[in-house]
Design a binder for this molecule. Sequence first.
Ligand code: SF4
Length: 347
Amino acid sequence: MSGSTEGDLTKTGMALKHDREWDYELDRILEAIEERDASKVGLQFPEGLKRRGPKVADDLREVAPDDVTFMLSGQPCYGACDLDTYLMRRTDVFVHFGHTPMKESDSIVYVPLFSNVDPFPIMEDALDEELAPPEEDPDVGLVTTAQHMNRFEEMTDWLEERGYEVHTRRGDDRLTKEGQVLGCNYASADIDAEQVLYVGGGKFHPVGLAMEHPDKRVVIADPVNNAVSIAEHDQFLKQRYAAVHKAMDAEKWGVIFCTKIGQGRWEKAQEIVDNNENAYLITMDEVTPDRLRNFDMDAFVNTGCPRITTDDGPRFHKPMLTPGEYEAAIGEKPLDSIEFDTFHDTW
Ligand code: SF4
């Protein structure tokens, strides 16, 4: 990985400046425990929130009946696509913290943990500094992440009060909320506006958004780091071209099919191996450099989470490409046609 942190999305938006307090919705969890007369309860937190797990378990143990056992998932988790299905099958109530549902389900209690950071001061700065004023361009798209979803309507009203026509839409099946984006899906920004206001922490999402919608100007209002900026994807694109170049001479390809519940793209993976006799299907849940090191391949194609490919790609011992980039590397399409790899289904 290069010494510069620019373009290294894993390092952005991670240092939180504001302390955040969360509502763990213990009452709702307790209600589910009572309703189902549960004796085993699974709790799953994403990586950034795992350290809070024992405290939440303590609080629940205090209020739940004595015979209830709480289990914390120790599996890595980076998104709503990434449910601990092993724990889910073995518990009467399964609680997934930190994400809105990717797909509604009665058997899962989702506790999104909305941010309590006020987004409006930084939206005000974004209007002053980067957004075209409504008299110049009244159309603006609005998108945000799961953490700020609870204020989405207020944000829309706030922009409308300032003279904008706000364009929002619910993306596709992978997105359950209006205006929501994921690191692998920006369909909610397919709107009729040249400027899009992204309200949320870090550069991880907006850079993907700018890649996916290169015709739009993506203004970032980051209420977590208290910063306004424009999403630039040049550095990102350069890294992708470099990875494709490195893979152009590859003969043996490892094609990764991810077994995580919301990360499987079987048809895509199969299509590649069907058409290339030097391609081998490798199935795995967590895709890490260590797990791939012992495979004697010249390059890999990842049909699982696109952010593993783009953000962690340089950590792998051989080039790691998205399915679209693979086509460019084997000469099936021109290099300048590569796009951000997006994901549109659930399970
Ligand atoms: S596939 Fe990756 S980017 Fe998409 S929701 Fe899952 S973890 Fe996030």
